[in-house]
Design a protein around this ligand. Structure first.
Ligand code: NAP
Length: 343
């Protein structure tokens, strides 16, 4: 166990890709809790594309991470010292733990404060994947926006990623007949077909992907769950079915960088002629129903009909690499960082 708290603070904002130099490793004493505070040993941290957006100095739904601040991140940890009876020593918690090995937090006053990992979740890591942000996003995006029914043909982009891998499996469980994905490497496409059970998975780098989508779904896609945006979204719109629904989950192809996206949509007029609907959504709008959704997802995992993959790096110094991997398409399933084992 380290005697000190290592943290990664933001040194400079990335202009384009995230580099290790954007962050500085600093060492602080392990904090002691005062009245109402809790000290958490961070076990696993989550990497989320939104973190790239938080590094831009622009107005958004959340303030940017300030220069000199510890990088913002969610994670799972274990309470090691507590001045709050709701969080006994040894309990597992999740919430905003940030890029550091130990977190001092006040659960009553801190924004996005920690919460206990529900007792029915035996592997706390699941709170960063299928039972956390990405699983719930997939669930609500599919059940509320995409709404596939029996006989539907569904397309999910970034299907080997944390959100996409769950979204397509949820579509199947809701009754979709054909589920198609896209992913960037042969290994990932094989996993999407063979483990996640998609019928087909295409290479989004292939210049003929728009035509390939048309060959697979000549009547068009009834539901599109889009994580990528840009040219791939355009190809999906080109292949949308009559009365199709497009759930806009994210647009990672923009890199979430501060400059304007370079790719526009050329086929949006087809939304009119095919009477299709394209709708963006954000998970926080559905959080009141998170417990029920989590129970359903967990039950599917336990039945073995929903497969979950974690892609784990080890060591705080690898955190910038972990975030970069999402934008380089290197992760299979949920990208996380392992910092310590539970006690
Ligand atoms: P993820 O899918 O696990 O990882 C990102 C994946 O995106 C990569 O593995 C890569 O896979 C693909 N990708 C990266 N750059 C790309 C590019 N230029 N073109 C095409 N594909 C590219 O990440 P995640 O955390 O699950 O997030 C997925 C999406 O959901 C993101 O857009 C994120 O912003 C969004 N999201 C939205 C909400 C919401 O509330 N709406 C909540 C959470 C996440 P391949 O290249 O192999 O396909």
């Amino acid at each position: 166990m380290t005697e000190t708290n290592r943290q990664l603070v933001l040194r400079e904002r990335p202009a384009r890709a995230i580099t290790d130099d954007c962050f500085e490793l600093v060492t602080k004493p392990i904090p002691n809790p005062s009245h109402g505070e809790v000290v958490v040993r961070n076990l696993w941290l989550s990497f989320d594309p939104a973190q790239r957006g938080w590094l831009n100095d622009i107005k958004s739904y959340m303030p940017p991470v300030a220069i000199g601040d510890v990088m913002r991140a969610s994670g799972v940890g274990q309470v090691v010292a507590s001045e709050d009876d709701r969080f006994p020593v040894g309990s597992f918690v999740h919430g905003r733990l940030n890029w550091q090995e130990w977190t001092l937090t006040n659960p009553s006053t801190d924004e996005d404060a920690i919460e206990l990992v529900p007792p029915e979740i035996d592997d706390p890591k699941l709170m960063l994947s299928v039972c956390g942000t990405t699983g719930l996003t997939a669930y609500f995006g599919m059940t509320e926006i995409g709404r596939p029914v029996d006989g539907d043909t569904v397309l999910v982009t970034a299907a080997a990623g944390s959100t996409g891998s769950v979204a397509g499996q949820v579509a199947r469980l809701l009754g979709a007949t054909t589920v198609v994905g896209t992913a960037g490497s042969p290994d990932k496409r094989a996993w999407v077909r063979e483990v996640a059970g998609y019928d087909e998975c295409l290479d989004h780098h292939d210049r003929k992907v728009r035509r390939q989508l048309g060959n697979i779904a000549p009547q068009g896609f009834d539901v599109v769950f889009d994580n990528v945006g840009g040219a791939l979204l355009d190809a999906a719109i080109f292949n949308i079915a009559l009365h199709g629904r497009i759930a806009l989950c994210g647009s990672i192809s923009t890199g979430y960088r501060p400059e304007k996206p370079t790719v526009g949509l050329h086929y949006y007029q087809l939304l009119t002629t095919r009477r299709a609907r394209m709708e963006g959504f954000l998970l926080p709008d559905f959080l009141e129903r998170a417990d029920a959704a989590r129970a359903q997802l967990l039950s599917w995992v336990r039945q073995g009909v929903l497969r979950v993959e974690h892609d784990e790096l080890t060591g705080l110094e690898r955190a910038p690499e972990g975030l970069r991997r999402l934008f380089e398409g290197r992760n299979l399933g949920k990208q996380i960082l392992h910092l310590a084992d539970p006690v």
